[in-house]
Design a binder for this molecule. Structure first.
Ligand code: ATP
Length: 246
């Protein structure tokens, strides 16, 4: 058994490299030979049927999943944003974001850092608010600010926009693409939504039978428009690979 190995961040190594990953629960293999590399500056969408192991793979990369076999190397510590923003209700928004600053970097500057990250996600004006007074989109922006203050090389997103209404989701897509352009981290985005994958990702992977069963390169120019024939074609292909025949 090995655990996730975190190396100091370096500009030349990929954000993550996984080789021969196997992960079982109660003797049942959920991941059964996953090989995957995520370079910096690439958005990778991870698709798969419910129960195919997407969240498990993301949790292994985050170092949240106990033991596995195979090699998992990340460049610096990845940070995760989940579908639920997971803000601490009795701490104001800025203090919640400060929680994302790694221990070794805590100190006088961490409040300023949190405020900068909140400004970056367009939530500076809500820095003193209580989490329960935020809208769903605002709470998710705060969660992304909390991920940003860790200055990740790899951002792990587990259906972060799944619970948001369609318009808010589109503005979150724009936010993610802007942050991605500015910071150049690698992104692994777990999503059920093929349209979202086509709107955001450079590459989409389909997890099936415990492995990356399919890989589709999404080489559409940015900014992308949802309604183009090429986008629809990619989405249809992904649905096909997921076994959903339209
Ligand atoms: N801690 C755990 N203990 C036991 N089984 C688990 C545990 N975590 C996940 N599993 C099982 O592993 C399988 C994969 O779960 P996982 O949550 O990774 O799937 P998923 O592809 O993310 O699903 P969904 O799309 O429904 O969120 C499921 O059968 C699940 O029941």
């Amino acid at each position: 058994m090995t655990s996730t190995l975190t190396l100091p961040a370096s500009p030349t190594t990929p954000a993550a490299r996984i080789t021969g990953l196997r992960k079982s629960f109660d003797g049942r293999a959920v991941l059964d030979g996953v090989d995957l590399e995520i370079p910096r500056g690439e958005i990778v969408a991870l698709l798969g049927r419910s129960g195919s192991g997407k969240s498990t793979l993301l949790r292994v990369l985050a170092g949240l999943s106990g033991e596995h076999t195979g090699q998992v190397v990340t460049d610096g510590r990845p940070t995760v944003a989940f579908q639920e923003p997971r803000l601490v209700p009795w701490l104001d928004v800025a203090t919640n974001v400060e929680l994302g600053v790694p221990d070794r970097r805590r100190g006088a500057g961490r409040h300023a850092k949190a405020v900068r990250a909140l400004d970056e996600v367009g939530l500076g004006h809500r820095r003193d608010a209580w989490p329960l007074t935020l809208s769903g989109g605002e709470a998710q922006r705060a969660a992304i600010a909390r991920a940003l203050v860790a200055e990740p090389t790899l951002l792990l997103l587990d259906e972060p926009f799944g619970a948001l209404d369609a318009l808010t989701r589109l503005s979150m897509h724009q936010l993610l693409l802007r942050l991605f352009g500015e910071h150049g981290f690698g992104v692994l985005l777990v999503t059920h939504d093929v349209t979202e994958a086509v709107a955001l990702a450079d590459r989409a992977l389909v997890l099936d039978g415990g492995r990356i069963a399919h890989e589709v390169s999404i080489d559409l120019p940015r900014p992308r428009r949802h309604a183009t024939a090429a986008a629809a074609e990619h989405a249809a292909r992904l649905l096909d690979l997921l076994g959903v025949h339209t």
